[in-house]
Design a protein around this ligand. Structure first.
Ligand code: THU
Length: 130
């Protein structure tokens, strides 16, 4: 998938977001090293705490289908601000891809690209426990 196709896939996921409380949709498209793409959206919950972010939805789909080699993710929002991943999602992405590419979109479709190590420097990961 091209970068533009991956961006369009993340944007399309905005309509799948289940967001009765925040009304803040997030869409994600996660690409693996073999080119497989997993999508995600945020899924909120009346108890608030169980809410799952779009990025973690996509990671759960990838890993549970046997894909751990994550290469890049597009995160789309409908805010004028670039939709950057929350701290929890940064740590979850870090588990599998310490330096993956993170492409953040705003409502205008403009992008800002980061590496995970830029967003989560000096991070804790699996190698600490091995
Ligand atoms: N959200 C995400 O889906 N990804 C992020 O990294 C930031 C926050 C969602 C969670 C919640 O449903 C809504 O955005 C407002 O916080």
């Amino acid at each position: 998938m091209t970068r533009e196709e991956l961006k369009a896939t993340a944007i399309a996921m905005l309509d799948r977001a289940y967001i009765p409380y925040s009304h803040f949709p997030v869409g994600a498209a996660l690409e693996c090293s073999d080119g497989t793409v997993f999508t995600g959206c945020n899924i909120e919950n009346a108890a608030f705490g169980p809410t799952i972010c779009a990025e973690r939805t996509a990671v759960a789909k990838a890993v549970s289908e046997g894909h751990r080699d994550l290469v890049r993710i597009v995160i789309a929002g409908r805010s004028k601000d670039f939709c950057v991943p929350c701290g929890t999602c940064r740590q979850v992405l870090r588990e599998f891809a310490p330096d993956m590419e993170i492409i953040c979109l705003n409502s205008a479709g403009e992008e800002r690209t980061f590496t995970l190590s830029e967003l989560l420097p000096h991070s804790f990961g699996p190698e600490y426990l091995l």
